[in-house]
Design a protein around this ligand. Structure first.
Ligand code: ADP
Length: 484
């Protein structure tokens, strides 16, 4: 028994067509990364369940799309209120299966819920267009139509918010939705399904498939002929594979893939604010976000001064289980993640980086790593090229603005970037020159339901949230009226 106020939020089977369905494919365990303790034993969904979910979503979708937008919006708002009411339980489940500190988990639940209220409002503004015709007896109308059945695969680092920002947009647009959450964190997604049911989301409109057979489930979600659109958040490597699968059926696709965010501190920056922003952008979720600062670029003339402000802040971070209210850095998700951080650190040290702080596994448990700071990082080191996804802060110094921009753009990724500067001209020049979908300018926390989230280059395409977010779930239908 987990210490939830309401045990009914702990679900252990897939939710398909409005029903909780145990499958015959076996079970898997959900483990607390902080302690190794088994939290729940969950029924495995396989191909049969995936096909059933897609078919149920296809059958239910036309009636959902036919509802007036205001009625869909009312249901989404009820769902949002239920998430809000159950914030404490949802946050606890999230922390237990994912590891992040409770305060971050609570913020994530609010962030996830914010997509529901945002898109409930946007659903009412799915305006079309009337275009001046080319001939007097004609009229040109443009309607925005729901794509139909949307499938999605979501990651473990934001088990609630990555799911809700896709589902809220899809449902608001009049689509139905089938999601496979990451196998490490299925409980948060299943709790969302329980609340969807209570909010009155009709059977078949929101379906959650939980299982470890990612490839097998992914085949159905990307290839089934009834699927109209596929939305993915995860690594670039897996995203490329799933894109190929979608290409065969020419599915509409949104891809929110890996990042390699630069965080530039110019000499004109407010160094206290920059250090504060960097702590947030680097160490949130123990460094496991796709918008985490990955390459910290600091003007060499202020480097030592900046370190004097930064290092005490890093030292003050508290490592431990996310359920402890004093903790600010939880465990990494699994042993592979710890090994990767260690390997990137070793590679950097071998190639001449200097260790300023940390550098070791943390005694709190097998999946904990000390917040670590390196200087002297160069583009040849692996951690400059790859997503670190851990509490390892890697600093490279530069001497000119042009050099900082060139270093920042020297990556295949283009999700988020950050820079701190107090010079107006520099702010504009650098904002124009950086090749990223999102820029935090004197700001280390950029995620917001009202803003368009997404990347360029190998970080993917599509935008989630904001007034643009429904575009990914609709298509334009042009009506040529003649003989008027
Ligand atoms: P991360 O590094 O965040 O785990 P992944 O891309 O490995 O990123 O995982 C993101 C999501 O993609 C998870 O839900 C995972 O189960 C799923 N996934 C991983 N490999 C595949 C695959 N070959 N086919 C379909 N889904 C996959």
């Amino acid at each position: 028994m987990l210490a939830l106020t309401e045990q009914a939020l702990l679900k252990t089977t897939s939710y398909i067509n409005g029903q909780w369905l145990a499958s015959k494919a076996g079970v898997f365990q959900v483990v607390n990364p902080a302690s190794g303790e088994v939290l729940a034993t969950v029924s495995e969904a396989g191909e049969t369940e995936a096909v059933f979910a897609v078919e149920a979503a296809a059958a239910a979708q036309p009636a959902w799309a036919a509802l007036p937008a205001a009625e869909r919006a009312a249901i989404l708002l009820r769902w949002q209120q239920l998430l809000q009411q159950h914030e404490a339980d949802l946050a606890l489940l999230l922390t237990l299966e994912q590891g992040k500190p409770l305060v971050e988990a609570r913020a994530e639940i609010r962030y996830g819920a914010a997509y529901l209220s945002w898109f409930a409002e946007e659903a009412k503004r799915l305006y079309g267009d009337i275009i001046p015709p080319a001939a007097p007896d004609k009229q040109i109308l443009v309607l925005r139509q729901p794509l139909g059945v949307v499938t999605a695969i979501t990651p473990w680092n934001f088990p609630n918010a990555m799911l809700m920002r896709k589902a809220a947009a899809a449902l608001a647009a009049g689509c139905s939705f089938v999601v496979k959450p990451a196998a490490q964190t299925p409980l948060s997604a299943l709790a969302c399904a329980e609340l969807a049911q209570r909010a009155g989301v009709p059977a078949g409109i929101f379906n959650v498939l939980v299982g470890t057979a990612a490839q097998q489930l992914g085949e159905v979600l990307t290839r089934h002929p009834l699927v109209n659109k596929f939305s993915f958040t995860g690594s670039t490597a897996v995203g490329k594979q799933l894109l190929k699968q979608c290409a065969d059926g020419v599915k509409r696709v949104s891809m929110e893939l890996g990042g390699n965010a630069p965080f530039i501190v110019f000499a004109s920056a407010d160094l206290d604010a920059a250090a504060e922003g960097l702590i947030a952008a680097k160490f949130r979720n123990a460094g496991q976000t796709c918008v985490c600062a990955n390459r910290v670029l600091v003007d060499e003339c202020i480097l030592e001064q900046f370190l004097q402000i930064l290092l005490p802040k890093v030292r003050a971070l508290q490592v431990g289980a996310g359920t402890d209210p004093n903790v600010t850095i939880g465990p990494l998700i699994e042993a592979k993640a710890v090994a990767k951080v260690q390997q990137l650190l070793d590679d950097a040290l071998q190639h001449g980086a200097q260790l300023r702080l940390g550098g070791n596994p943390h005694p709190a448990g097998a999946l904990f790593f000390e917040p670590t700071v390196l200087t002297g990082v160069t583009p040849q080191m692996q951690l400059f090229q790859q997503e670190i996804f851990g509490p390892l802060l890697a600093i490279t110094s530069f001497s000119t603005e042009q050099q900082a921009i060139a270093l920042a753009n020297a990556t295949d990724y283009g999700l988020a970037g950050y820079f701190y500067s107090q010079q107006l001209g520099q702010v504009f020049r650098v904002a124009q020159a950086l090749e990223f979908g999102m820029l935090g300018i004197n700001d280390g926390i950029i995620s917001n339901a009202a803003a368009p989230f997404g990347g360029v280059k190998q970080s993917g395409y599509g935008r989630e949230g904001s007034k643009y977010g429904l575009d990914d779930y609709t298509y334009l239908k042009y009506l040529a009226l003649g003989g008027l």
